[in-house]
Design a protein around this ligand. Structure first.
Ligand code: GSH
Length: 223
């Protein structure tokens, strides 16, 4: 019988799915990827809706526990497997409330400030062409301007500390990889490299072996 208890439902091309996958790789938690064919609408099927009531990927199962929302899944993985793999992802264990709060704060900043404009850009630059939709240039311009303002704040922060939450690489940094990667591969890398501290940070976090494994899976022919 397989000893793997964790299943991620989705496709590695989805930013939210790849956020969970990179967390599992960092934590060295074995998992199965159950492919969900979104083109066929499998994410809206009654069985899938039992795992993810909004009909979105990822869905996540660990034995009898099911969790949805990629950032909540990442927190679950860190809490459930504290002694596995990278043990700093939720902040240093001896760092107490302040270390964890700093991670939570920047993870929220990713979800509330970075994600809305970067997701809109990724949709226009990556998924609209894949789906045969015309790119909306006004949306690209507006969201790039919104994102630039967010990244100015990040650049300032990253002038004070090596990573967003402090001196260690944490979930707060990791959560940015999926959208950041698509922006860089779609010629928007100057959003990062034109800002000195942000460019240094991006180079470091995107070179992590756990993220490289996700990119390899995204580039596989079956993805
Ligand atoms: N906030 C959710 C977002 C999930 C999400 O937007 N998933 C997209 C793929 S990246 C999806 O399933 N889209 C299809 C749909 O909304 O019907 C998370 O982080 O898990």
């Amino acid at each position: 019988m397989s000893s793997v208890s964790v299943t991620v439902y989705g496709t590695p091309l989805s930013p939210a799915v790849s956020r969970v996958m990179v967390c599992l790789f960092e934590k060295e938690v074995d998992f199965k990827l159950a492919h969900v064919d979104m083109a066929k609408g499998q994410h809206k099927s009654p069985d899938f809706l039992k795992l993810q009531p909004f009909g979105q990927v990822p869905a996540f199962q660990d034995e009898l526990t099911t969790v949805f929302e990629s950032r909540a899944i990442c927190r679950y993985i860190c809490d459930k497997y504290p002694d596995k793999g990278n043990q700093m992802l939720m902040g240093r264990r001896d760092g107490g409330l302040l270390a964890r709060t700093s991670v939570d704060q920047w993870l929220e900043a990713e979800g509330q400030s970075f994600n809305p404009p970067s997701s809109a850009l990724v949709f226009q630059l990556v998924f609209a062409p894949m789906m045969g939709l015309k790119q909306d240039t006004a949306s690209i311009e507006q969201n790039e301007a919104k994102l630039a303002k967010v990244l100015d704040v990040y650049d300032h922060r990253l002038g004070e500390s090596k990573f967003l939450a402090g001196d260690d690489y944490t979930l707060a940094d990791l959560a940015h990889l999926p959208n950041g990667h698509f922006l860089v591969t779609k010629d928007k890398g100057d959003l990062f490299t034109s800002r000195k501290n942000l460019g240094r940070w991006w180079e470091e976090i995107s070179a992590r072996p756990a993220w490289k494994k996700v990119v390899e899976m995204q580039n596989a022919p079956w993805a």
